[in-house]
Design a protein around this ligand. Structure first.
Ligand code: NAD
Length: 306
């Protein structure tokens, strides 16, 4: 794969991802709408463009790593203040959006790119800021297999696992469905510990049983919500994320939207969305999502159960 790469969106994830691309020897030009983010990129030795359109012009591949779907769609289209990325890029450019956005926004982004004569992939990631820094992200990719093959070496510079999930939007669908499993299972693991506590069951004993029985899952054995059972869990480190409550609430909001659009009977997913939304409206926003155990404890106490 040759040609210049544009990388737009230099936040918690995008900056280290772009830095890993540059460190792997690729010709990368970056941009962010926030001046401080551009300064941070310069400090890491990255070449900063004048604007998003400036970075996209002449690039073979344009990566975006923005907060929400609305940012992706407006950057692709452009507005009064900025030339759209699609209009600025040469025909046939490959657009790769790594932001976590709704499936229908991802499909709208693919359609816009195609209508403008370009190719596109949705390629959301998991692995968090640590994975972005260490180049160990997992990419879930939607779009044409041939386009993925073209950018695979670039994704390998930023990640350790790349899964082609199917056509347009299906990378986002896979990420959202996985996070719905994770969100629900983390809540029920926390509920089981609180219920066990109320019944006089030591958390260590519950862990010893469930970790080797049919209750075994990642939310228990890696992300155990009770401190000092799994030494590497966020709970054992004052609930430092990990995966922040705000991000889980966001991802389940995307699931809620997809559930409404498809009419799927998904009561557990919707309930989990409600629980994390409340959790993330307070200090839980910045804590690991396993800190949801605090909400379960305090609501149990509020019911008069000690
Ligand atoms: P962030 O808010 O730190 O960074 C986003 C950056 O995009 C900001 O610097 C913003 O100024 C920039 N931006 C927005 N519109 C732009 C435009 N038109 N042109 C150029 N720059 C623009 O967010 P983040 O934590 O880096 O997350 C990015 C995406 O990755 C989100 O969708 C998030 O849900 C997802 N994600 C985050 C994590 C995590 O742990 N932070 C993990 C997995 C996935």
């Amino acid at each position: 794969m040759t040609g210049r790469i544009a990388f737009l969106g230099l936040g918690h994830m995008g900056l280290p991802m772009a830095a890993n691309l540059a460190a792997a020897g690729h010709d990368v030009r970056v941009f962010d709408v926030v001046p401080a983010a551009r300064d941070a990129a310069r400090e890491r030795g990255l070449a900063v463009a004048e604007s998003g359109a400036d970075a996209a012009a002449g690039a073979a591949v344009v990566f975006t790593m923005f907060p929400e779907g609305a940012h992706v769609l407006s950057a692709y289209r452009g507005d009064d203040a900025a030339v759209g990325l699609l209009a600025a890029a040469a025909s046939g450019t490959l657009f790769v959006d790594c932001s976590t956005i709704a499936v229908d926004d991802a499909r709208a982004a693919h359609a816009l790119a195609e209508a403008a004569g370009h190719r596109s992939l949705d390629a959301p990631v998991s692995g968090g800021v640590v994975g972005a820094e260490n180049g160990t992200l997992a990419f879930m990719v939607g779009g044409a297999a041939s386009d993925l093959d073209e950018v695979r070496p670039l994704l390998e510079a930023m990640g350790a696992r790349i899964v082609h999930c199917g056509g347009a939007g299906l990378g986002q669908a896979a990420k959202m469905c996985n996070n719905m499993i994770l969100g629900v299972s983390q809540i029920v693991v926390a509920e089981a510990f609180v219920l066990g506590e109320r019944l006089g069951l030591a958390p260590e004993a519950l862990y010893d049983v469930a970790a080797h029985a049919s209750g075994q899952c990642w939310a228990l054995t890696v992300n155990c919500p009770v401190p000092d059972i799994v030494p590497t869990s966020p709970a054992s480190h004052d609930y430092r994320p990990g995966f922040a409550g705000a991000l889980m609430a966001k991802d389940l909001g995307l699931a809620e939207r997809a559930i409404a659009e498809t009419g799927v009977e998904a009561r557990m997913g919707l309930l989990a969305r409600e629980i994390y939304k409340a959790f993330a409206s307070g200090p839980g926003a910045g804590q690991d999502f396993s800190g949801v155990i605090h909400s379960i404890r305090s609501e149990s106490a509020a019911r008069g159960v000690s």
